[in-house]
Ligand binder design. Structure first.
Ligand code: NAD
Ligand code: KPL
Length: 303
């Protein structure tokens, strides 16, 4: 069965290349005829891994092709997910499976609703990849990907293909908890690195600010029936800050490159959820306000 990969950016390319070199059928879906022409000119996706670059001539097409899709990897940013799935919705056959790789929360549900005939599988990944050129991806950090359907313990057989491709993963029937935990980590770390203009490790200079945010995030997770995602959050945030001390957070990098952030699916989603539950979260709200002002001043979208 073919893996259709929509979104040949950092993570999409990293998945596509590993599936392809494991001998599995892969088809890239590019935005339009212009991107397809540029890809044909490049001739292949290039993966840089352990300082070695290799080229992978993975077949590509646009969304306008008519062939049915049974398995799709949606690998665009959260704010592009709905438009991207809509572009192939009529090609998804009943019972098709769509793996949603978006960070944060909210986009997966919205995208799945646009293709109700398909089964949405949510993913939460800590792998690291970035683009250093058109159709070029650098594998920057080994990580792990949780995949799952909430409340469904029966992992699909094709997970074996991920094993074959060397993609470290596991199935979780509590995938929402995994996504909430990652969202909480990202909310405690990423906005502060943007506002303090610093690396993750430099947040050790603002322990109270980080701990106060963690207090509210714990309350929010508990309020959202995600008590196990709340367990040990403070320690985990400090562990991640230590383990990634020399790195700039993904949000910091987006802002530095003057790119749209996923704020609406992280801090925005957290603040909206707190409001729905009538929870008092002054620190999260203040952080959201400061971050929005910061982005507006730089001409970046706040959604
Ligand atoms: P990216 O910007 O590098 O790639 C996204 C790609 O999707 C781009 O090439 C874009 O052109 C393409 N795209 C968007 N809309 C499209 C459409 N309608 N049709 C065809 N292509 C379309 O983004 P990324 O870094 O790969 O991130 C994808 C998601 O994975 C994000 O939610 C991100 O937070 C998450 N994530 C990324 C990493 C990482 O290391 N890059 C790690 C963990 C999670
Ligand atoms: O996921 C991250 C990111 O930068 O987006 C970490 C490293 C966990 C920081 O929140």
């Amino acid at each position: 069965m073919t893996w259709h990969v929509l979104g040949a950016g950092s993570l999409g390319s990293l998945w596509a290349v590993r599936l392809f070199r494991a001998g599995l059928p892969v088809q890239l879906i590019l935005r339009d005829a212009q991107r397809l022409a540029a890809y044909c000119q490049a001739g292949a996706l290039t993966l840089v891994e352990n300082q070695q670059e290799r080229h992978y001539p993975i077949p590509a097409q646009t969304a306008a092709e008519p062939q049915p899709i049974q398995r799709l990897l949606l690998a665009c940013k959260a704010y592009d997910a709905e438009q991207a799935i809509a572009s192939v919705a009529t090609r998804l056959i009943p019972g098709a499976q769509v793996v949603l790789l978006q960070n944060g929360l909210g986009s997966q549900q919205a995208a799945s609703a646009l293709a109700p005939q398909a089964q949405g599988i949510f993913a939460s990944s800590t792998e690291g990849a970035f683009r250093d050129g058109d159709f070029r991806v650098v594998f920057a950090g080994q990580g792990f990907t949780w995949l799952g359907i909430e409340g469904d313990s029966s992992a699909p057989q094709w997970l074996g293909e991920l094993e074959q491709a060397g993609i470290a993963h596991a199935w979780s029937e509590q995938i929402l908890g995994k996504l909430w935990r990652k969202l909480a980590l990202n909310c405690a770390i990423n906005p502060l690195t943007v506002l303090h203009d610093c690396r993750n490790g430099d947040l050790r200079a603002w322990p109270e600010e980080v701990n106060d945010l963690c207090d509210e995030l714990v309350m929010l997770l508990q309020g959202c029936n995600q008590a196990s995602a709340a367990e040990g959050l403070h320690d985990d945030v400090w562990r991640v800050i230590g383990a990634t001390a020399a790195n700039y957070s993904s949000m910091y990098q987006d802002v530095a490159r003057h790119q749209r952030t996923e704020i609406d699916y992280l801090l925005g989603y957290a603040c909206r959820s707190a409001a729905t539950l009538q929870l008092t979260t002054p620190r999260l709200l203040a952080l959201y306000e400061r971050l929005r002002s910061h982005l507006t001043e730089r001409g970046l979208p706040v959604t």
